[in-house]
Ligand binder design. Structure first.
Ligand SMILES: O=C(O)C(=O)C[C@]1(C(=O)O)C=C[C@@H](O)C=C1
Length: 273
């Protein structure tokens, strides 16, 4: 069994994958260069599972992940929430920091610290925080923003940290092509829908969730990629799809939508579990 994740070793996606699949499956983890590659590995049956970041408490959604969820035939089978702590790391011997590499999400999560301390430094966006650590170790940049684990993997010296905004948490999804929806203690169901371009259309769909007394934990619109001003809505609902109120509500939502997709029903692993 292969589990694709955004690599190299030491990324937060790697930590999320280990958190769910456990140490015994460490040899099954297969590093990918990009989130696109993780989705494609699952879609093309090169990997049975994939682990992708989906949303951060400071910076918001990872749009690549949302867009793939819309267009690809994969399902969400688990959510993992990790507390994310970033560190500013350098190679031994570096005295002046002119270039800092990291993932764009990580830069945003450390925005205030970077503004205050490294206003003049050039920020170089790369595919993951662990790749940034590797680049730093190889002398391509002066510093990297990454996890403690990534700094150790790459023999980097920690200069400061955690340097991120407080309450920094990232949600990850485990995706697969052949889902086996399994219930846990805290369950969610994710859907995408779009509705008519008419007054009250969205309101009418939201009224269905209200009628069935369902709590939404997220609603976000993304361009439908058809015409400017046309959107799809990503919605996360508390509850599992085999529960009567959830399945009844979804049937009505589907009837009233112009587009409907069930992304999955899954349980959530919380950071302190
Ligand atoms: O770069 C990594 O380490 C990742 O796993 C990606 C990612 C993301 O895309 O959000 C994951 C967690 C953090 O929010 C920062 C970066």
């Amino acid at each position: 069994m292969k589990i694709a994740y955004l690599g190299p070793i030491g990324s937060y996606s790697y930590e999320a994958a280990k958190r769910f699949f456990g140490k015994e499956k460490e040899n099954n983890l297969t590093a990918c260069d990009t989130i696109d590659d993780v989705f494609e590995a699952v879609e093309e049956n090169e990997a049975e599972f994939g682990v992708v970041p989906v949303e951060n408490s400071i910076e918001g959604s990872v749009s690549t992940t949302l867009d793939y969820l819309l267009k690809s035939q994969v399902y969400i089978v688990k959510e993992i929430i990790l507390r994310v702590e970033h560190y500013l790391c350098v190679r031994e011997g570096i005295e002046q920091i002119l270039t800092v590499a990291s993932h764009p999400q990580a830069f945003s999560q450390c925005h205030d610290y970077l503004r205050k301390n490294f206003k003049q430094a050039k920020l170089i966006q790369v595919s993951s925080t662990s790749y940034a650590a590797k680049m730093c170790a190889e002398g391509e940049v002066d510093a990297a923003i990454c996890s403690l684990f990534a700094s150790q993997q790459n023999n980097l010296k920690v200069l400061a940290g955690p340097i991120n905004h407080d309450n920094n948490y990232t949600r990850f999804f485990v995706i697969t092509k052949s889902p086996n929806f399994e219930k846990g203690n805290k369950n969610k169901t994710s859907i995408i829908f779009s509705t008519y371009d008419k007054p009250g259309s969205l309101y009418k769909i939201l009224a269905i969730f209200n009628l069935y007394d369902l709590n939404l934990t997220k609603i976000e619109s993304r361009p439908a990629k058809t015409n400017l001003g046309e959107y799809v809505f990503f919605v996360d609902i508390e509850g599992f799809v085999d529960e009567e109120d959830v399945s009844d509500a979804l049937k009505v939502v589907q009837r009233k939508s112009t587009f409907f997709k069930l992304l999955g029903s899954y349980s959530v692993i919380l950071p302190d579990e």
